[in-house]
Design a protein around this ligand. Structure first.
Ligand SMILES: C[S@@+](CC[C@H](N)C(=O)[O-])C[C@H]1O[C@@H](n2cnc3c(N)ncnc32)[C@H](O)[C@@H]1O
Ligand SMILES: [Zn+2]
Ligand SMILES: [Zn+2]
Ligand SMILES: [Zn+2]
Ligand SMILES: [Zn+2]
Ligand SMILES: [Zn+2]
Ligand SMILES: [Zn+2]
Length: 627
């Protein structure tokens, strides 16, 4: 596949046709034609939209995996496949199903709990509960022994989270958020919770129910098959929320249906926390199918009722979610994650989490914890963040991100504190925005209410790094390396980074303003910091203006003779809703000996930020952008 779906998340949130290029879900030309299937169930039909125009040829790709490494299904909509290829595909799909059936998992689980404690082992390497007959096969693996019933009830602590952003994005609730959610559901009187992609909440509800005998039930639907080892058939279904596919067929679908329709659908809520990189539209279609399933079980007089839902998602998807579910509104509560360094609560994390709860439950029924910085606004009749002040002009507590917003009389609405009204654009924007630049929202997440430089996803690079300080000097006389010209009007960097209008530059760099006005193509960096191992390590972070995201750089490091250096390029998340730190993608390469400058070509594909790091006794490092 020509990587068309790779950029999906980048394009979500902004809506159709505003970006240079986006991939969107599309309606099939023939609605009766069934979508071809990959191992993750029916695929989705996508279309590439460039400059607002749809490319004529649509294609099918995996609904669940946004990285072709995870599932490389690709088929043009109008492509005809031979019988032999169809049969091969079917065989491939079969081979890529989980090794054990649901029934086998349950049988194994029942045998496992019967074992004495000393015989209960878990293989961390294979992420599998072991029965004595399996021990030999796993003897060389990393094993955990004496697995208690308490541990079995907390599989999300036993299993390692699948953080692969493009498929599972398994970011688990921090204890604080998990307890808050479980408590809120209990306070609201729900007796059944359909947990769609919320394994830790599922676990918490079951633990609480076991403790207080409240009998609250929970059913987990998740694509992570590992969970099937820990639950009987009435509490887990292997499920794909992007195409409403039950991997175990009709029997599993019936489990879900019965769960939703119990007590004529009374007392049930759906809570979902999908991977943030996922497209809103297919999720909305799925949730509507679950709602329809719940409705079938309702009596006539209840037909006006809605299935209560908590959809946990970043706040900048508000307009997109409300487009599909107009009765939803966003709560101010900031949802925290354990294994997510960025999305943590303001007080403890490095950054305020942008993740919120969207719900159709009236906000006056939802109490947010005062001790965590929420207050009740009697005018809005809802709990809001302490900083979120009631605006008398808007007659509402208007902040979306937890900061105090200010009212603009010209725009007739409240705007972010850092914005000012621009008479050229006739709207509020960041002071250093480009009036000539694209006016259609943020290039990272696509939201219309902010630009990329103010995007909550931009994260790490913008924060000043106290331990590293760089200085640079312009080397005009040096042999010039051709640079790519970026017109200043499209350069997305803030003016306070003193960037050159024509180059990619480094936020936080301090330097000569004259120099930054000139078109310089080579930067010289000097600076260092110590890391924990007392190694010398230098690092610099690049912001790439949106236009030149596919950029080649030359990195040159000057080493003292006979010093081998290890350089590393780290890419910070792709564009899009989950521009998170991507630990795993650091590409390390060695650079040779003794020559005064060693150079390497580095390609930064589509990322918005990249970090260059080098360990060495090197005296200087320079970067230049190549054509
Ligand atoms: C952002 S995490 C949410 C976990 C939640 N915060 C918790 O702690 O319970 C996303 C969850 O959705 C699941 N998931 C990812 N893709 C899915 C898909 N296509 N269908 C169903 N579940 C999926 C992941 O396995 C993961 O459990
Ligand atoms: Zn697939
Ligand atoms: Zn093993
Ligand atoms: Zn208010
Ligand atoms: Zn206002
Ligand atoms: Zn304004
Ligand atoms: Zn302007």
């Amino acid at each position: 596949m020509a990587a068309p779906v790779g950029g999906l998340e980048a394009e979500e949130g902004g809506g159709a046709g505003r970006r240079a290029s986006a991939v969107e879900v599309s309606a099939p030309s023939d609605p009766a034609a069934p979508a071809p299937r990959c191992p993750h169930g029916p695929t989705l039909l996508f279309v590439k939209v460039s400059q607002g125009k749809e490319e004529p040829r649509k294609f099918y790709a995996c609904s669940a995996c946004r990285d072709r490494k995870d599932c490389n299904f690709f088929q043009w909509e109008d492509e005809k496949l031979s019988e032999a290829r169809l049969a091969a595909r079917e065989a491939y799909n079969q081979r890529h199903q989980p090794p054990l059936s649901r029934a086998q998992c349950i049988e194994r689980y029942l045998s496992f709990v019967q074992l004495p404690l000393t015989q209960r082992k878990f293989c961390q390497s294979c992420q599998q509960l072991l029965l004595p007959a399996d021990w030999r096969e796993h003897s060389e693996h990393q094993l955990l022994s004496d697995i208690s019933i308490t541990q079995l009830r907390k599989p999300s602590q036993l299993l390692y989270p699948l953080e692969n952003k493009k498929t599972h994005a398994q970011f688990l609730f921090a204890d604080r958020s998990c307890r808050f959610l479980a408590g809120l559901l209990a306070t609201l009187g729900f007796r059944r919770v359909l947990c769609v992609g919320t394994p830790r909440l599922h676990e918490q509800i079951r633990l609480t129910a076991a403790g207080d005998r409240s009998n609250t039930k929970s059913l987990l639907l998740d694509i992570d098959f590992r969970y099937s080892q820990f639950y009987l058939e009435d509490s887990f279904c292997h499920y794909n929320m992007f195409n409403h596919h039950f991997f175990d067929g009709k029997a599993a679908l019936e489990v879900c249906r019965a769960f939703l329709q119990e007590e004529e659908g009374e007392g049930v809520i759906m809570v979902t926390d999908p991977p943030f990189g996922g497209l809103v539209e297919p999720l909305a279609i799925t949730f509507k199918k679950l709602i329809a399933m719940w409705k079938e079980g309702q009596s006539q007089e209840d037909s006006h009722k809605e299935l209560p839902i908590f959809w946990i998602f970043p706040y900048f998807f508000e307009s997109r979610i409300c487009q599909f579910f107009p009765s939803f509104h966003m709560l101010d509560y900031q949802v925290d994650y354990d294994n997510h360094t960025l999305y943590k609560h303001g007080k403890t994390g490095r950054k305020q989490s942008p993740v919120r709860i969207f719900t159709n439950i009236p906000p006056d029924r939802i109490t947010l914890p005062i001790e965590e910085g929420y207050r009740f606004c009697s005018l809005c009749q809802r709990y809001v963040s302490l900083e979120n002040q009631h605006c008398v002009h808007c007659n509402s507590c208007t902040s979306k991100d937890g900061r105090k917003w200010s009212h603009c009389f010209l725009c007739r609405k409240c705007v972010k504190p850092s914005w000012i009204h621009c008479s050229t654009c006739n709207r509020c924007a960041l002071p250093d925005h480009s009036c000539a630049g694209p006016k259609d929202g943020c290039f990272i997440c696509g939201a219309l209410d902010h630009k990329r430089s103010n995007c909550p996803n931009i994260g790490i690079a913008k924060r000043p790094n106290k331990s590293v300080e760089f200085s640079f000097s312009l080397e005009k006389k040096k042999k010039k390396i051709a640079g790519v010209k970026v017109p200043s009007s499209v350069c997305g960097l803030r003016s306070d980074s003193r960037h050159c209008h024509h180059c990619v530059l480094l936020p936080g760099l301090r330097g000569d303003t004259e120099a930054s006005k000139a078109c310089f193509r080579e930067l010289r960096l000097a600076g260092e910091t110590q890391d924990s191992q007392n190694q010398r390590r230098k690092r610099v972070t690049f912001h790439l203006p949106w236009l030149i995201r596919n950029a080649n750089f030359r990195m040159k490091v000057q080493t003292s003779p006979k010093v081998m250096i290890l350089a590393r390029v780290r890419l910070h998340g792709k564009t899009g809703a989950d521009a998170w730190w991507q630990e795993g993608t650091g590409k390390a390469f060695r650079m040779g000996w003794s020559k005064p400058f060693h150079s390497r070509k580095v390609c930064i594909p589509k990322q918005q930020r990249a970090e260059f790091m080098w360990d060495s006794n090197s005296t200087a490092c320079s970067f230049s952008q190549l054509k």
